[in-house]
Design a protein around this ligand. Structure first.
Ligand SMILES: [Zn+2]
Ligand SMILES: [Zn+2]
Length: 178
């Protein structure tokens, strides 16, 4: 406890367990970095402009459904080099969302996206013939990285974000994941 803090308390030993909730939560939060010891939550850029994926990546710790407005926190640390990822593509032009999964690195999957954009050979690729502004967000890391688990997690996020067509860009029974 700092001296300045102690000075503000009229009677330190008596009030120590009766701190106002906001002050108490501040103190608890201040300790977290020392005790969590694990990954920093959220989706992060790790490269500068020469990484095409990092350029499109949105740094965030939460995602929002464009159709329902519901917000969801994310709990894993994800970069363009993370393997086994469920990700979100937000179309910023028409506010439609696409949830996908990949077993490989997110940046390799995003190379595939850019190919789809060029060839218009998938629902996602076709969509970005008319729209052009998007952001990419790594939403959840699938730790065991099995296809079955990735697809289950992908489906969970599709339902959470309500991203099935026509509201969103996911098409039932048609995945365009690697
Ligand atoms: Zn990168
Ligand atoms: Zn669009």
């Amino acid at each position: 406890m700092s001296d300045t803090f102690r000075d503000k308390l009229p009677n330190p030993p008596a009030v120590i367990f009766r701190q106002p909730p906001n002050l108490r939560s501040l103190l608890v939060r201040a300790k977290l970095p020392n005790h969590s010891g694990g990954e920093i939550k959220g989706c992060f850029k790790t490269h500068s402009a020469q990484c095409v994926t990092c350029t499109s990546l949105k740094e965030t710790k939460w995602v929002r459904s464009f159709s329902t407005g519901q917000k969801f926190n994310t709990f894993h640390s994800i970069t363009c080099c993370t393997q086994g990822v469920v990700y979100l593509v937000n179309c910023l032009d028409c506010k439609k969302q696409y949830v996908g999964e990949t077993g490989g690195e997110l940046r390799i999957r995003h190379r595939g996206h850019r190919q789809e954009f060029r060839k218009a050979n998938t629902p996602l690729g076709k969509h970005f013939q008319s729209c052009s502004n998007f952001e990419l967000i790594g939403v959840e890391k699938v730790h065991n990285n099995s296809k079955t688990t990735r697809e289950a997690v992908e489906l969970k996020w599709i339902y959470r974000l309500n991203s099935f067509a026509p509201v969103g860009l996911n098409v039932k029974d048609a995945t365009c994941s690697l």
